[in-house]
Write a protein that binds this ligand. Structure first.
Ligand SMILES: *Cc1c(COP(=O)(O)O)cnc(C)c1O
Length: 373
């Protein structure tokens, strides 16, 4: 008998919540207020509160949340922005599109996140900002990064696209992803832990003047209609998506906790398979397991074996950004970011969604055990 285990099961999630979400969507349809209707501001307030930030600014995608944040820094040609090469492309793409030069710094082996020691060494007199990515749902080491930023007067823009609801213990209290930096950028891409039924994004910030600026930038640079203080763009969140997200936000903590339970189960199931290195959680962090990512030898063969047996899995990410053709003129070589390059060879993400049943996890572990014999 074959058991199919999908990497993600959005249809199962939909079945569980459709009676709450579809009527909320229909309310928007009845109102015909598709652009900046009341749910958009409600979601901005709800998400800012959820993260412990003062303001939320909804926009069209996680990519735009990063782009608008970076544009608000008024980068000049040659200005450098430090980030990780082991991330989704949008992180570095947004730096380029905001007029900055991406400077890649290698990751920490244990957490997959920026190594603060190497960030400190990469700062020059052209550095303007640091963009840490909380990869796979675990916060980067924010305290040392904030110290570096303070010392050199750098902005910190958090790429929190994979980390909505993730927390880190600082001086005895929990602080949420997105609330550490000048701004935090979230994505509501459908596969994220809080996913819309289409594209969407949100910026959170504690800086009121920055929030006003970001609201201008997302509506063609003008707070008042037909009056343009500067040149912005059109990057709004649809009212329909805001209505969906407001209903889904209520479930987010439960879903994140369910992911942690599943991660803990894998930890036990993989105890006897010595080839599998399970994800390590920094003791200061509460992980939300957007991805459950193991390191393994013979990764590509294992991936093919699992897929051949109906088990969803994926490589996030197969090629580090410093080796992408579009960044070749930055001058990086194979070998210049050894930990990121190694991660690209070793990582494999397994199903960890809240709907994943225990029996399915046992099956995944058995199939991996069979592979390593
Ligand atoms: C998903 C993601 C983004 C971009 O979000 P979109 O909503 O797809 O534009 C940016 N950074 C990271 C790390 C992501 O995972």
């Amino acid at each position: 008998m074959t058991t199919n285990v999908p990497l993600l099961d959005l249809k199962a999630q939909f079945e569980a919540i459709k009676n709450e979400v579809v009527p909320a969507m229909m309310d928007v349809v009845e109102s015909q207020a598709f652009i900046m209707g009341a749910p958009v501001q409600e979601l901005e307030t709800a998400l800012a509160n959820y993260c412990g930030a003062a303001e939320g600014i909804a926009c069209a995608s996680g990519t735009d949340a990063l782009l608008l944040s970076l544009q608000s820094l008024d980068l000049q040609p040659g200005d450098e922005v430090i980030t990780t090469p082991f991330t989704f492309f949008a992180t570095a793409g947004a730096i380029h599109n905001a007029g900055g030069t991406a400077v890649f710094v290698d990751i920490d082996y244990v957490t997959f996140n920026l190594d603060p020691m190497q960030v400190a060494e990469a700062v020059t007199d052209r550095t303007r900002a640091i963009v840490p990515v909380h990869l796979f749902g675990q916060l980067a080491a924010m305290e040392p990064l904030l110290v570096i930023a303070e010392r050199h007067d750098l902005a910190v823009i958090e790429d929190a696209a994979q980390a909505i609801g993730a927390k880190r213990k600082v001086s005895g209290g929990w602080k949420a992803a997105g609330s550490f930096g000048l701004t935090g950028a979230f994505s509501f891409f459908p596969s994220k832990n809080l996913g819309a039924w289409g594209d969407g994004g949100m910026i959170v910030t504690n800086d009121g003047a920055r929030a006003d600026r970001l609201r201008r930038l997302r509506t063609h640079g003008g707070a008042k209609q037909y009056h343009h203080d500067e040149i912005g763009t059109n990057s709004r969140l649809d009212t329909l998506q805001a209505a969906v997200l407001l209903r889904k936000l209520v479930h987010l903590d439960d879903w994140n906790a369910a992911r942690r339970t599943r991660a803990a189960r894998y930890e036990t199931l993989f105890e006897d398979i010595e080839e599998v290195r399970t994800p390590q959680v920094d003791p200061a962090n509460e992980h939300i397991f957007h991805q459950y990512t193991i390191r393994v030898p013979r990764r590509d063969d294992l991936r093919d074996h699992l897929k051949g047996n109906g088990i969803g899995c994926a490589v996030y990410y197969p090629k580090p950004l410093h080796l992408q053709p579009c960044f070749s003129r930055l001058g990086y070589r194979s070998g210049s970011m050894p930990e990121s390059e190694r991660a690209c060879r070793e990582v494999l993400s397994l199903p960890v969604h809240p709907e994943l049943a225990e029996g399915q996890q046992v099956h995944v572990a058995e199939m991996i055990g069979v592979f390593y014999g």
